[in-house]
Design a binder for this molecule. Structure first.
Ligand code: ADP
Length: 267
């Protein structure tokens, strides 16, 4: 048997990162002393209730915001290193047609026409929009628009795709579709950071990071997040009983996403 050595590669590292909004007076930290490292190929889900600091943390991870204290560092060759998908696809789409929208980002990176076309068609087929390349964006459903936003990220070939509550404005069918596309990207090796307040979306995660009042209150496996230190066989039994091969989180499905008492690890 050949031994395979797996060397995790840290792509993103946050060290003692805190952030206070200048518009909030600049003296109240909404993200507090975050230490976090993201490895290549991981799926990390960041979960927390409304106002816990998820979106602020997303922008710090993406370097859209500069930490008030602490440092964010990247360790990958890809340019751009990271691309974000936000809640509202309309706020991210620039082009009038699907193809035009995909080209805008690539033009900024000086990619040739021929490669643009190749990448656009590949990305559209990955998200299931190949038949809509020439469609006006206005004819797309909300879910299709979000798929277009994913394609617009993919054409730039980032190391990491960060989904910031990317399903929150969509109907259940479109939510499932977006998650399925993200899972496929992850299977193909993409590093995924998935931000959500929905516990059922934790089913896709290798690792869960829970935020409360701007601080990390849990960082570990999905198994540990739900069940603490149970054995692997108990875990297998519980997940077998669950729906669609996901987690046994029926109780969570009936809960409000804003009810922080549902997060076992929150004070
Ligand atoms: P979440 O994404 O978990 O809902 P946010 O990161 O949006 O949390 O918000 C975290 C905290 O920062 C909240 O208390 C929110 O009111 C505050 N906040 C968010 N945006 C701003 C802003 N532009 N100016 C001042 N405070 C803000």
């Amino acid at each position: 048997m050949i031994a395979v050595n797996f060397h995790p590669q840290t792509l993103i590292e946050l060290e003692h990162v805190s952030f206070a909004y200048p518009s909030g007076g600049g003296d109240t930290d909404v993200v507090t002393d975050i230490n976090l490292s993201i490895q290549r190929g991981e799926w990390v889900t960041i979960v927390g209730s409304n106002g816990s600091g998820k979106s602020t943390l997303a922008k710090l991870i993406a370097k859209l915001f500069t930490a008030t204290r602490g440092a964010v560092s990247y360790h990958m060759q890809e340019r751009p290193p990271i691309q974000l998908i936000f809640q509202n696809p309309d706020a991210q789409i620039i082009g009038e047609t699907v193809y035009e929208d995909l080209c805008f980002g690539m033009e900024n990176y000086g990619i040739s026409r021929e490669i643009m076309r190749e990448r656009a068609l590949e990305a559209l087929s990955k998200v299931g929009l190949a038949a809509h390349a020439d469609a006006p964006v206005s004819q797309l459903s909300g879910g299709q628009k979000q798929l277009l936003c994913i394609a617009a990220c993919l054409v730039l070939q980032p190391a990491v795709v960060l989904f910031d509550e990317a399903t929150s404005m969509l109907d259940p069918l479109a939510r499932t579709k977006i998650a399925a596309v993200a899972q496929q990207l992850h299977r193909e090796g993409k590093t995924v950071i998935w931000i959500t307040q929905w516990l059922d979306e934790l089913a896709y995660a290798d690792r869960v990071v829970a935020l409360h009042n701007g601080g990390i209150v849990f960082d570990g496996s999905t198994k540990e997040f739900f069940y603490g230190s149970i054995s692997d066989s108990d875990w297998a039994e519980r997940t077998d009983r669950s729906y669609a091969g996901g987690l046994d989180i029926a109780a969570a499905e009936t809960s409000s996403p804003n009810d922080s008492t549902e997060f076992h690890h929150l004070p």
